[in-house]
Design a protein around this ligand. Structure first.
Ligand code: FAD
Length: 304
């Protein structure tokens, strides 16, 4: 197929779904930045937008406030991240019930990192959910929620093997998870091989690739090291020497993410989850590249 044919096919592409992840703001300035990003990305009619939960539940109120504002002021479908680390079942159930009452219908259910930080041993709260699968079951008992869970193309750092990691994913699906979102990755083969293994294990829910546009290479590399995602040599090389050149860094970041997403599209992937870091520009540009266009009635400001 010629490049021209591939490009025009892509532009006319149908059936592409995107979702966007945000984190709850810490102050008024960050709140303004978040809402500017939501306003900018909303017209792309994402399937859902998710809001993270700080380590150990540290953003419980802020996550709830952000999700509630999305319900009240937009037509977007929010998904609230929720972890069970350091909380009893009753406390977690209370958060879930509050989301139900607020009209939220989608939760991203996670175990969470150990209270002592990544690398220390995880210990469940004595009265808490012992695993993410139990949490998924608990959420489904409380309401008719869509439940998304995590997946790790390079396996979770605590996991003994890929097989053990996929067993955990299977348990979450058996408990009622309806979708998985992957940790970010830069080598598409890792995701595609993972997908093959997951499907071979009889897991048939959508597994959305988590795409992180590299807003800041140093930060991304340090986060990747902590969560077990690899940084390919070619990626480090592309950003090498650009520490004082933010304009070129942004162009490289856009090119890298576009290349990754277009390659996945060519491999048949149609659903993409973007880690926005509350910044819309790069994500918006990448979505345009894969053929998405603003849908007038999906604007965030068109209050429900
Ligand atoms: P699980 O999927 O339950 O487990 C992950 C792996 O860890 C398992 O495969 C298993 O091999 C291993 N494991 C789990 N428990 C044990 C055990 N007891 N003994 C040995 N091995 C074990 N964190 C936040 O704090 N807030 C967020 O909002 C958030 N959002 C996320 C969104 C996505 C899409 C992803 C991929 C991660 C997110 N995280 C978030 C990070 C997540 O909380 C951590 O990766 C955490 O360490 C594992 O939680 P999980 O739900 O992925 O765990």
């Amino acid at each position: 197929m010629s490049t021209e044919t591939r490009r025009s096919r892509r532009n006319g592409q149908r059936g592409i779904h995107v979702s966007f992840e945000f984190f709850p703001p810490k102050n008024a300035e960050m709140e303004t930045a978040l809402w500017e990003s939501i306003e900018r990305l909303a017209p792309l009619a994402p399937q859902f937008v998710s809001v993270t939960y700080g380590a150990g539940g540290s953003t419980r109120e802020r996550t709830h406030a952000t999700v509630e504002r999305i319900v009240k002021e937009t037509k977007l479908k929010p998904a609230a991240h929720l972890t069970c680390v350091g909380a009893s079942r009753a406390e977690v159930d209370e958060v879930v019930s509050a989301y139900k009452d607020a009209g939220v219908r989608h939760i991203v259910a996670l175990r969470g990192d150990p209270a002592g930080g990544i690398g220390t041993t995880y210990e469940a709260h004595p009265d808490g959910y012992k695993s993410t699968a139990e949490l998924v079951e608990g959420i489904r008992r409380i309401g008719d929620f869509e439940v998304s869970v995590s997946a790790y193309p390079e396996k979770h750092p605590e996991s003994a093997s890929f097989e053990a990691d996929i067993d955990v994913l299977k348990a979450k699906v058996d408990a009622g998870a309806t979708r998985a979102i992957t940790q970010f990755f830069f080598d598409n083969d890792l995701y595609l091989r993972f997908l093959d293994k997951v499907r071979a294990r009889g897991i048939n829910i959508p597994i959305l690739p988590g795409i992180v546009p590299v807003q800041n290479f140093k930060q991304t590399a340090s986060f990747a090291a902590r969560c077990g995602a690899s940084i390919p040599f070619w990626l480090a090389e592309r950003f090498d020497g650009l520490e004082n050149d933010p304009a070129t860094r942004r162009l490289i970041a856009a090119a890298v993410a576009a290349e990754q997403v277009i390659d996945l599209l060519d491999a048949g992937v149609r659903d993409f989850h973007f880690y926005t870091m509350n910044k819309a520009d790069l994500v918006y540009a990448i979505c345009r590249l894969i053929g998405l266009r603003p849908v007038a009635e999906a604007r965030a400001s068109a209050a429900a």
